[in-house]
Design a protein around this ligand. Structure first.
Ligand code: ATP
Length: 247
């Protein structure tokens, strides 16, 4: 969905969000996902037919103890890795990380936020945010204008020309969130987005995510250990013994 500045545009966007919520369109799914890792000594079966369906505009949290396979699952859903068996569906199509289109699906349909922000230290906040848009072929000036508008929306208007090391941890993670959103992806996949932050900055990021989800209908799949904030999600799955169970 596009961000619209006009009243009519906003009305139209909200109507689409309500439509998706009413009719429950599945925008991301993993079916019977299996993944194991083998080293010289042993094979670990991390995912054993893990299945989930995410509907458009949903906020889904995935919890589970350390080592249960949450990041592995997110990597499969984000086409960063391939399952041994099982299928991933994005926007109604079955997709694979080895497809020629995978890179453009990752850049245009998906946004990623990780525990560590991975901002480029030599680029300002606005340049970091604009980068995925420039990579997708949009002109530098238009990408910067969009980045500034998005940073403004995430309450970072005063920080657009700051470098990452001039920002607080929470601000850095909000810039990373803006970077994930710049190409207006259908789905944002976040792996412990607040895992590296203190409670105050952590709540700041969760508030932003909830706002984006509620006001724009942005779909989020978030891996987290933060059970208190995860309880704010519409759907929570627990990953245990390689399988997902709805809570
Ligand atoms: N590339 C890899 N090669 C071998 N083993 C791996 C690899 N990636 C993950 N693992 C193993 O798979 C298991 C699941 O890892 P994963 O990172 O998905 O768990 P997690 O639930 O995200 O853990 P945490 O909450 O601690 O981040 C772990 O035992 C891990 O050591």
């Amino acid at each position: 969905m596009n961000y619209c500045a006009t009243h009519n545009g906003l009305y139209y966007e909200k109507a689409i969000v309500l439509f998706y919520k009413d009719f429950g369109m599945i925008c991301l799914a993993g079916y019977d996902l299996c993944k194991s890792y083998t080293d010289s000594n042993q094979t670990i079966n991390v995912l054993r037919k893990a299945t989930l369906e995410v509907q458009e505009s949903e906020l889904v949290c995935i919890t589970g103890k350390s080592g249960s396979g949450k990041s592995t699952l997110l990597h499969l859903l984000g086409l960063l890795d391939s399952p041994d068996s099982g299928k991933v569906m994005i926007g109604g199509n079955y997709v694979q990380s080895t497809m020629p289109e995978a890179a453009s699906i990752r850049n245009l349909e998906l946004g990623f936020v990780f525990q560590f922000h991975y901002l480029i230290e030599d680029l300002t906040a606005q340049e970091n945010v604009a980068l995925p848009m420039i990579i997708s072929g949009v002109s530098h000036s238009k990408a910067i204008a969009n980045a500034v508008s998005l940073l403004n929306e995430l309450d970072l208007a005063e920080r657009i020309t700051h470098y990452p090391n001039q920002l607080s941890g929470g601000e850095q993670q909000r810039v990373a969130l803006a970077r994930a959103l710049i190409n207006n992806p259908k789905i944002v996949l976040a792996d412990e987005p607040t895992g590296n932050l203190d409670p105050e900055h952590s709540n700041e990021i969760w508030d932003m995510i909830l706002k984006l989800n509620q006001e724009r209908g942005q779909t989020f799949v978030i891996v987290t250990h933060d059970v208190a904030n995860a309880s704010k999600a519409q759907v929570t799955y627990n990953l245990s013994e390689g399988k997902l169970e709805k809570r």
